[in-house]
Design a protein around this ligand. Structure first.
Ligand SMILES: Nc1ncnc2c1ncn2[C@@H]1O[C@H](COP(=O)(O)OP(=O)(O)OP(=O)(O)O)[C@@H](O)[C@H]1O
Length: 444
């Protein structure tokens, strides 16, 4: 069996948070927190997620622009054969263990392109020289040969050999991204990591660049790690996709499978945000509220539970899912002290007469999309009690009360991996509890 071109195993990048006079470490931002994936020869793997999920940190750690905190990045490109492990358990092709010479050699085989090509070109250097620079660094001293290679590449990326002596400011954003592609290809790499390569471009230009990347991949037999926050871009270019949330991969699988049969609620929410002309589209209307929480203090259990539309209800509770989400959002805001009941009162009054307590309660319910009555007497009582405490200006006690009375299994248990098909996995507790609930034929 041939080895994957790239195998990433349990990769972590934690940034230390330091404070005080002695700059002591008081915590860490777990930007990438144990991700694993393979990329086969000639394959494009997408890495998708909202801003702040850790995609760029993952890319930079794979290509060793950042020193990973832990994990392995095994690269079988550059003529390195799939090797067996050393006796000490390390892998001879593990980029994280490479010395400077090996890293330089690795960079011949793995190149990166970025979102904004403008910032990566020296405005005083003709673009031909910028593209050919790496050939020089890697020992090609013959200027004429370098020029011939670069002119050929400029044509292959849709520019002209005559563009060699022109300067970066003479090119549009799309053309600059073509030049960046030529530069990435100049050492004939096996792998390109593209970090949001089209998101700074006009939509019409995006399609051109995506199609160019697709053509070049075929022509050069490249593997690609393609990073984007945009699911529709991913669909156009990738074979498989890894969905990343708050430092972790929550689902991975073939693109068509992920689009037609998503298994993680976060994937569903990302798919739902793609504009579609079909109003019957099944996943329309899932609202992904708020932003990705900070990786310095990620939510317990499943990291997505604070925003998940399918967050699990405790045993014995079976209320409207919207109400359950609303109750959990309310609980969270009370605990973090973000509900200013005086402000709610003022909003309801709108400059008029002082509102009654029941008007204030109704406003809070509206704010959190909670029905007039929650369909579970115990929870309704809990909500009512918490509101009483808020109205009595006892927010702290309301928070303590709610944190004890309302819990979800998703906050308590970290989900393991569920395999849905040979190449399709996700990490959601719903699948685990379903599997546990299914009778085991061996028990019959
Ligand atoms: N040097 C750093 N020190 C501390 N935290 C960092 C550092 N770099 C990134 N982070 C944090 O790590 C998390 C992941 O950031 P990253 O840029 O990798 O996400 P992303 O998914 O690529 O988002 P974007 O598309 O906005 O770049 C963010 O919360 C970010 O604030």
């Amino acid at each position: 069996m041939t080895e994957p071109l790239l195998s990433v195993r349990d990769l972590k990048k934690h940034y230390p948070i330091r404070k005080g006079l002695f700059n002591r470490q008081v915590g860490a931002a777990r930007a990438v927190d144990g991700i694993s994936f393979d990329i086969e020869q000639g394959e494009t793997l997408g890495l998708v997620g909202e801003s702040g999920c850790g995609k760029s940190t993952a890319a930079n750690s794979v290509i060793h622009l950042e020193e990973p905190t832990a994990g392995e990045v095994i690269f079988n490109g550059n003529g390195r054969e799939g090797a067996t492990r050393n006796t000490d358990g390390t892998h001879p092709n593990d980029v994280t263990k490479f010395d400077d010479g090996e890293l330089m050699e690795f960079r011949r085989g793995a190149q990166m392109i970025f979102q904004d090509p403008s910032s990566s070109f020296d405005p005083r250097m003709p673009i031909g020289n910028a593209v050919g620079e790496l050939l020089k660094v890697h020992g090609m001293s013959d200027r004429h040969r370098r020029r011939a290679i670069v002119e050929d590449l400029l044509e292959r990326v849709g520019l002209s050999a005559n563009d060699f002596d022109r300067y970066p400011h003479e090119f549009s954003g799309g053309q600059k991204q073509r030049i960046a592609l030529a530069r990435a290809l100049v050492l004939n790499p096996d792998l390109i990591i593209a970090d949001e390569p089209v998101s700074a471009l006009d939509v019409s230009i995006q399609a051109e660049i995506l199609s160019l990347i697709d053509d070049l991949q075929e022509e050069f037999g490249l593997s690609l790690l393609f990073i984007s926050h945009d699911m529709s871009v991913i669909r156009q270019i990738c074979d498989r996709v890894a969905v990343m949330y708050l430092g972790e991969i929550v689902e991975i699988g073939p693109v068509e499978e992920i689009f037609t049969n998503p298994q993680h609620p976060y994937t569903e929410a990302l798919l739902s945000s793609i504009p579609t002309p079909d109003p019957r589209a099944e996943l329309g209307g899932i609202e992904l509220r708020g932003t990705v929480p900070s990786p310095t203090n990620p939510p317990s259990g499943c990291r997505f539970h604070t925003r998940c539309h399918k967050v699990i209800q405790p045993e014995g509770v079976d209320i409207d899912q919207g109400d359950w989400r609303g109750l959990l959002n309310f609980r969270e805001k009370v605990i973090t002290g973000e509900i200013d009941i005086e402000q709610v009162r003022e909003n309801v009054a709108g400059g008029g007469t002082e509102p009654t307590d029941s008007e204030v309660r109704a406003e809070v319910r509206r704010e959190f999309d909670i029905s007039e009555t929650v369909d579970d007497p115990d929870l309704e009582e809990t909500l009512s009690e918490a509101m009483n405490l808020l109205l009595e200006d006892n927010a702290e006690m309301a928070g303590e009360f709610l944190s004890e009375e309302i819990t979800t299994p998703c906050a308590e248990t970290e989900p393991g991996t569920t395999v849905h098909a040979p190449d399709h996995e996700s990490a959601c507790l719903r699948h685990e509890s379903r599997a546990a609930a299914e009778p085991n034929p061996a028990d019959d």
